[in-house]
Structures are given as structure tokens and as C-alpha cells.
Design a protein around this ligand. Structure first.
Ligand SMILES: O=C(O)C1=C[C@@H](OP(=O)(O)O)[C@@H](O)[C@H](O)C1
Ligand SMILES: C=C(OP(=O)(O)O)C(=O)O
Length: 435
């Protein structure tokens, strides 16, 4: 399927958007509920393709997952020690989080399993989880000297805790180790170069697991049984909200209210950077939703200015860099991104994809090995772009087109990976599309 979507330039974006559930939290909610013995209802679960990959894998392991008419899930787990051997290969689709976190769970099970994914996921590095899990005693091999999926997992004789310094700040590496550690014979401590998103830590605490943090290290104790909460509530995804935060900032006459946005400090780098760029953003109605902080956000158009985005903040805005590149095109002065080499191993090589696609609109971008620099503001023209089958690229191109002179995006259907209603919402909030 190749859906070509045309986005027209718009005069302004006005309205209120209820931000759909957080993808990271949604994955973790079904995995941990699946390892519990009592039923858990999950409200505001993200019904997008990546999270359904997780549901389908958990179902194949014997977990019962049902949804009601309003999308609320009920998960009846199997407990820590009663998952069943899947009778086929597990398919993580396009989802790195599904594949890497499930590798952590499956590495500690007394049965054989194989995990794979689509052609994009099969190009992404898996040795980063296979290596530490192997040190723990797990038996995992993958394609091409265990660099890539498919990965095949055999029962381990013994799973031991680990003290592990991760070379990259990655919540997927950290979470895979934490999940395997639940089954280990001793605690594990993972130390990151800087703290990646901490949703696993927070949600594990909700399930009665002992997790302690000291600086950039996190220690998780093995568990006998999880004490599941009856209800979980998934906050809105700030990575989805980011597209509207940038769109409303750069499109004149815009005024948006984004409701129910997760503002976990390990995810709010985008807010910090946009505020430094001069964005008109107000965070209101802050409250807690379970272990996660949530708020509403008002955003209005403003003239942004270029900023330096240094390596230290990258883990807190890792998925927002494609849309930040669009913000930089409309900002006055130079924006530089450094230390973002991880973008080369996402759904696409996002640094190359940003440069290629925005250049088609006439943008001038200097790509570097670990980022890019852009001097703005730049006039961009109507162009035919490609998503590279990468949801965040499709949405970033759409906002560039709406703010600029329109865009046609091929392979645009991939927005369903994280934000199925994205194009419908652009239509709903657009004021007087200009033709
Ligand atoms: O743990 C998670 O839910 C995620 C972690 C990040 O990946 P890395 O752990 O590879 O940085 C992020 O890019 C991804 O979208 C979701
Ligand atoms: C990188 C992403 O997700 P994942 O790693 O789970 O595929 C993303 O959503 O931008």
C-alpha cells in the first residue's frame, strides 16, 4: 500500500486536541499486566499499530486481552511463571520497543521463542539487548552474528542479576534488562550515560516491584509475584503533542489547547527547547495520573529563534528531532543539533531522511554525522516527499507542508504506527486552508 496524502498550506490552527495515549506507557502496561495474576483495566491505551503488535505478542504467550467499545483494555495476565510457549514466530511489526522489551521477558522463560519484525525493524541493532542479557546467562542468538532480528531465545539454565553500564542512554536497553531481572537470582543495576525515559521504573513500582534510583543508576529486585493495580491510566503522548506544539508555534494565527499531555521530566526536552526558542507555551492544570505527571498545554504562534541543542538533552527529546528540524526552518538564526547519532538507527535513518525530504522542499540543511544545522527562516516550496515508512517523518513533513506551501507525502499511512488520527485532526483544526 502506498497512500499519498496531500497537505495544503493553512492560515492557522485553532482548537482543542485530546492527545492520544503514550506509546511507551501503553506497551509497558500490557507487558506488566500480562505478568500479573489479577485483571488490570487500562484506560487511554494507545490503539495504534505498534501497541497492537505488543498486544498480539502477549496474546500469543497466553495472556487474555479484551477491549470494550470505548477502547478500554482488560488484561488477564498469566503471572510471572506461567506464560506459554508461542506456537509461532512472534511479530513485533515496526516496533523496536515491542521487540527489545519482549526479548527481556522471553529471555528468562523456560521455553523457546523467536521474535522478528518488519524490514525496518530487522535492520535495527539488537546486539544492544542481546549482549547484556547474555551476560546474565540468557541464551539468545540473532541474525548476522546476533546483530539483528530475527532473534531466537532458548531457556536459560540460570538468570543472574547484572551490574551494567549501557553505552547509550536507551530506555529499551534498560527496560529489557529490568524485565529479565524480575526472574533473576539477584538484583540488577543499570547505569546510563544520562537518564532515558523512566516509565518502566515508575510502572514497576505500581506493580509492587522494588526499584531504586541513585543518580543515573537504577536497581531492580527480582520478584516472586506482581501486585497489580486494578486500574491503569495512560497519559497522553508528548511525542504526539510535539507535532502540534511546533505546528501552532510556526503557523501564524494559531492557538491550540492540548489536553492530557504526559509531562514526565524524562520526556519534556521538547518543551524546554521550544521555550528557549521563544515559543508561547503555557503548561496548566498539572496533576498526577498514577505514577505519571500530566497537564494541559496552551500554545500560540510566535517568532521562534534558532538554538543549540546539545547532546545532554537528546535522550529527553529523542523522537522529537524530526519535528524540531521543521521548527528550525521557521526560526530566525541558526539551530544546531549535536549528539543525535541514535537517530540513524530508528525506523529510518532519521538524520538522512530529514535532510533528504526537507531539501526536496528547497530547504538548506547541513547534515552532520550526529545531527544537523539549519539557518532560518527559510522559504520552503511545495514538494512531493516520502515518509521513508517512518511515522515521525510523515508527520514532520505534513507540518512543514501546512506551514509552508503544501506537500504530497507518499507512504503516509505509516502514521498509524503511533498516531492513527493525525491527518483527520489536521483537517479539523485547520483554519481557511489556502489553495
Ligand atoms: O522505551 C521506549 O518506549 C522508547 C525508547 C526510545 O528508544 P531507545 O531506547 O532506543 O532510545 C524511543 O526512541 C522509542 O520511541 C520508545
Ligand atoms: C523510535 C520509535 O519507536 P520504536 O523504537 O519503539 O520503534 C518511535 O516511536 O519514534
Amino acid at each position: 500500500m502506498n497512500n499519498i496524502i496531500e497537505i495544503k498550506p493553512v492560515k492557522g490552527l485553532v482548537g482543542t486536541i485530546s492527545i492520544p495515549g503514550d506509546k511507551s506507557v501503553s506497551h509497558r502496561s500490557v507487558m506488566l499486566a500480562g505478568l500479573s495474576e489479577t485483571p488490570v483495566t487500562i484506560t487511554n491505551f494507545l490503539h495504534a499499530q505498534d501497541c497492537w503488535s505488543t498486544i498480539n505478542c502477549m496474546r500469543a504467550l497466553g495472556v487474555l486481552v479484551e477491549q470494550d467499545n470505548s477502547g478500554v483494555l482488560t488484561v488477564q495476565g498469566k503471572g510471572l511463571h506461567n506464560l506459554s510457549e508461542p506456537d509461532n514466530i512472534l511479530d513485533a511489526g515496526n516496533s523496536g520497543t515491542t521487540l527489545r522489551l519482549l526479548t527481556g521477558i522471553l529471555a528468562a522463560q523456560p521455553f523457546f521463542s523467536v521474535l522478528t519484525g518488519d524490514s525496518s525493524l530487522r535492520r535495527r541493532p539488537m546486539s544492544r539487548v542481546i549482549s547484556p542479557l547474555t551476560i546474565m546467562g540468557c541464551k539468545i542468538i540473532g541474525r548476522s552474528q546476533s546483530r539483528y532480528a530475527p532473534v531466537a531465545i532458548s531457556p536459560a539454565e540460570k538468570v543472574s542479576g547484572i551490574e551494567y553500564d549501557t553505552p547509550v542512554a536507551s530506555a529499551q536497553i534498560k527496560s529489557a534488562i529490568m524485565l529479565a531481572s524480575l526472574f533473576a537470582n539477584s538484583p540488577s543495576t543499570i547505569t546510563e550515560p544520562s537518564i532515558s525515559r523512566d516509565h518502566t521504573e515508575r510502572m514497576m513500582a505500581t506493580f509492587g516491584i522494588t526499584v531504586t534510583r541513585s543518580g543515573s543508576s537504577v536497581t531492580v529486585q527480582p520478584a516472586q509475584k506482581l501486585a497489580a493495580p486494578q486500574k491503569l491510566y495512560v497519559p497522553g503522548d508528548i511525542s504526539s503533542a510535539a507535532f502540534w506544539l511546533v505546528a501552532a508555534s510556526i503557523i501564524p494565527h494559531s492557538q491550540l489547547t492540548l489536553t492530557n499531555v504526559g509531562i514526565n521530566p524524562t520526556r519534556t526536552g521538547i518543551l524546554d527547547v521550544l521555550v528557549r526558542m521563544g515559543a508561547d507555551i503555557a503548561v496548566i492544570n498539572e496533576h498526577r495520573s498514577g505514577e505519571e505527571p500530566v497537564a494541559d498545554i496552551h500554545v500560540r504562534s510566535s517568532q521562534l529563534k534558532g538554538v543549540e541543542i546539545e547532546p545532554e538533552i537528546i535522550p529527553r527529546l529523542i523522537d522529537e528531532i524530526p519535528i524540531l528540524a521543521v521548527a528550525a526552518l521557521f526560526a530566525e538564526g541558526k539551530t544546531v543539533v549535536r549528539g543525535a547519532e541514535e537517530l540513524r538507527v530508528k525506523e529510518s535513518d532519521r538524520l538522512a531522511a530529514i535532510t533528504t525530504e526537507l531539501s526536496k522542499m528547497g530547504a538548506n540543511i547541513q547534515e552532520t554525522p550526529d545531527g544537523f544545522s539549519i539557518v532560518g527562516p527559510q522559504r520552503i516550496t511545495m514538494a512531493s516527499c516520502d515518509s521513508h515508512h517512518d511515522h515521525r517523518m510523515a508527520m514532520a513533513a505534513a507540518i512543514a507542508g501546512a506551514a509552508g506551501n503544501g506537500v504530497k507525502i507518499s507512504n503516509a499511512e505509516c502514521v498509524s504506527i503511533s498516531y492513527p488520527s493525525f491527518f483527520k485532526i489536521i483537517d479539523e483544526i485547520s483554519v481557511n486552508p489556502l489553495s
